[in-house]
Write a protein of this length. Structure first.
Length: 129
């Protein structure tokens, strides 16, 4: 088993996953395009918005998460909507933004450098898919 192939974890109520089923679920995934990132019409305003927020917190690192996917009752995936502050500062509003984080890093002056950390897509060769 390679480092990327993590065995499935099962609870006391789960049936064990056979090696054949494990291999089947990891194989033959079709290629999917990378999301383009849905931007709101006013996304050109986001640099000025980030500058306004940064001016209120000189010298402080600001961390603005997009949020996480929500699952209810162990089987109902809810549609993802990024946090309003994240969308306002980045202009990104797509469902593909789950797990992303915007960091405004102070640069020594009264300004901040914006760094967007993205959650890497699952390679579909491990149990994360």
């Amino acid at each position: 088993m390679t480092e990327l192939q993590v065995p499935f974890h099962t609870g006391s109520h789960d049936l064990p996953v056979t090696p054949a089923l494990d291999a089947f679920m990891r194989a033959a995934w079709a290629d999917t395009p990378l999301p383009a990132g849905d931007r709101v019409p006013g996304h050109a305003l986001t640099p000025a918005r980030r500058a306004r927020v940064a001016a209120r917190f000189p010298g402080e690192r600001l961390v603005i998460p997009a949020g996480a996917l929500a699952v209810r009752s162990n089987d109902t995936d809810h549609r993802f909507r990024p946090h309003t502050g994240y969308a306002w500062l980045t202009g990104l509003t797509g469902e593909d933004q789950a797990g992303h984080v915007l960091v405004l890093e102070p640069d020594g002056d009264a300004h901040h450098e914006a760094v967007l950390y993205l959650r890497v897509r699952s390679p579909r060769t491990d149990g994360e898919f």
